[in-house]
Design a protein around this ligand. Sequence first.
Ligand code: HEC
Length: 133
Amino acid sequence: MRKVSVMCAILLVATATAVESHATPKSRYDATTQTCRYLDDGPLEWASRPWGQGGKLFQERCKVCHSRGNDKGAPFLWAESKNSEAWNRVFAEKYPACAKDGSWGPMTMEQQMELNDYLYRWAKGAQDINDSC
Ligand code: HEC
């Protein structure tokens, strides 16, 4: 009996470690507002998921043009098109032409941050980042 519970404990620890090593980033430092966004807990954990506010904004505000084979001249974009730092730069510097010409539409600062959180969290290589604050 004792042996069984020890085995179970080892298995549990091993599983937890495996999950941990594939985890998405715990936090994102937002340069524009100079705030820390906690992505592993609380309301932003949900909001930064594909079906949360951030993921929905990406579908509604970005994918209208950045879908595969679009006729808007926009390159195909999805979360893994860039790494986390590169997505932060898109929002901090607003360098794309579409950000400058108003194609993003009106967005509150909170919406911009939620969209950035989503892309940051699911970006290429994001599972290797632990914390950015
Ligand atoms: C009305 C269409 C339209 C919408 C909406 C739009 N874009 Fe774009 N975007 C474009 C076009 C066209 C380009 C290519 C322009 C160029 O670089 O000459 C572009 C370029 C970009 C680039 C640079 C290309 C790259 O691979 O780095 C990024 C990043 C980008 N958009 C992000 C976004 C994000 C994020 C959103 C949503 C908040 C968005 N775009 C919404 C049309 C759009």
